[in-house]
Design a protein around this ligand. Sequence first.
Ligand code: SF4
Length: 279
Amino acid sequence: MKVLVAEKCGFCPGVRTAINLAQKTLADDDKVYSLGHIIHNEDMVNQLTKAGLSTVDSIEPIESGTVLIRSHGATLVELDQIREKGLKIVDATCVLVKRVQKIARQLNEEGYKVVIIGDKDHPEVKAVVGFAKDVEVVAVEGDLDNISSSNKLGVICQTTQSPDHFADMIAAISRKGFSEMKIINTLCRETMSRQTAAVKLCRQVDVMFVLGGLHSANTRKLAELCKKHNPRTYHLQNWAELDKNCLSGKTMAGVTAGASTPDDVVEEFVRNLESYEPA
Ligand code: SF4
């Protein structure tokens, strides 16, 4: 099987920094906790769990030790709770996520109601909501009916949304008649370049594989985009999940991976696929 790998895929700088910080903290400190999964990748989380990282949903059960803030960030309330308990903080929030948090707060201070285009249940979005006073989340056009009225609207976006969706939502918001809109592009370039490379590749191949955590927003977005351009697109976590029947009659496969997918997962997948002889 001929296999082509997307020009840009796999670990982004934000995730790489978070993993490095986690490994360093585990080597230096005794009790290390991550508030939510450090990244949305089961293989990597299992690896770090084996090295001693405990993942918790809330700060309450932690009595002592170090709390690692993942690349998606944490809310101000959570950060205050950690400080109040006298726990050590290792902050691995991605600089681009911090930028979104800062912008949301600045827009509020300038008198704008803030709308973030994204998934309300995603930890990055939850952290942004918790960072500023007046932020509403909209995922799709229908959600715009719920925005409470305001003359001044500030619009930002979850870092991993696609530029097309951002543009569609901006167009829909403009039709709502706000007299003043301030739009700040908070999309992550790393995510965008992965999306562009994946779309380019999936158009050239018989079958396309998107590797990464099933809960990873950026991986799911990659799979969604590829599916639009190549219906024979499969989102998998690793080689073990591949149903070989989908390779039948195919000669050229494309592979891409989300920003939280480790290099060795991609390398193993490509190696196995290259040596696979479909029936
Ligand atoms: S995808 Fe972008 S915003 Fe998210 S952690 Fe990576 S570099 Fe940061």
